[in-house]
Design a protein around this ligand. Sequence first.
Ligand SMILES: C[S@@+](CC[C@H](N)C(=O)[O-])C[C@H]1O[C@@H](n2cnc3c(N)ncnc32)[C@H](O)[C@@H]1O
Length: 344
Amino acid sequence: MSASVHIPVMLTEVLRALAVRPGGRYIDATLGGGGHAAALLARSAPGGQLLGIDADPEAISAARERLKAYGSSVLLVNDNFANLQAIAHRFDFYPVHGILFDLGLSSDQLEASERGFSFQREAPLDMRFSPAKEVTAADLVNTLPEGELTSLLRTYGEETSSRQIARRIVQKRPLRTTLELAKAVEEAVGGRRGRIHPATRTFQALRIAVNRELENLRAALKQAVGLLGHGGRLVVISYHSLEDRIVKQLMLAESRDCLCPPEIPTCVCGHKATLKLVNKKPIVPSPDEVERNPRSRSARLRAAERIITEAEPVPLERMCFAIGNYDWRKPVPLRKRRKEAIKM
Ligand SMILES: C[S@@+](CC[C@H](N)C(=O)[O-])C[C@H]1O[C@@H](n2cnc3c(N)ncnc32)[C@H](O)[C@@H]1O
């Protein structure tokens, strides 16, 4: 296992948006190499606790090494964040003061030659975050009917040449490697156009489909809201408009007291806001950061704060939340819980 080379994106902005405090309890739902997690633990000392989740066992190993110094304050779980609520409940890790999602893939994954995420490195067409998943990019590329491939590229890659690319892929089947696929895309669109490689969107689309990224994000964000205590922060960094739209829509809807269509004069939905927006517009990296770390250029950070009112039907075991003068439920010593999680 090698050390992580991933540079955490918008680190200062993340810590500020999460309003990290000593003794706080945090979930990093996309642990990666543990860069954000290490800073969260440092800032929440003394007494801070972190539950780190990643679907990729290699990310867990790299983060375990990096976070060694924090010993029993850390719990690492190799799972999909679509199971966020079940994981937090299993380890009695709720309510929490903050949850971070730093979506997509890490530089470690992009640069690992055998993972198949990059169109610049020859590798089998894999693209799975987790080896436990059955479907690889090769399976999709080599088995989907042309029409389905076209719509996959259009929906998940927002690719305007989806029809031509899908046709070329089908003609050249079987495609086994990243460079074979990149070449097929170049041929379909008639070579390079501008600075962006023509296969960029095709690779994005396949990765999203293989890992069911949008479905998992939708499921996890809802669960995240339920795990935050009053005043807890939800912070999400997304890297393309499909993800950002989901985050924006959820945060906007959850920050409104009524979701009835405007033509209905009185509210019939009874929806009550569960979030308050921290920033109305997404926060983007500074020009300095983009220069230092070009991979941060498409990042957009959105943050919201949990609000729990007496009107909300909070489950009994969570009644001792910070509503009014109540204190946060005391963190359970993680040493007990860690025996069940991956050993650090
Ligand atoms: C951008 S990286 C996170 C980098 C991390 N913040 C750091 O500072 O090192 C995104 C990570 O999220 C993980 N990931 C993506 N989708 C996931 C999912 N549905 N469940 C769990 N982990 C996921 C990826 O495996 C990857 O390691």
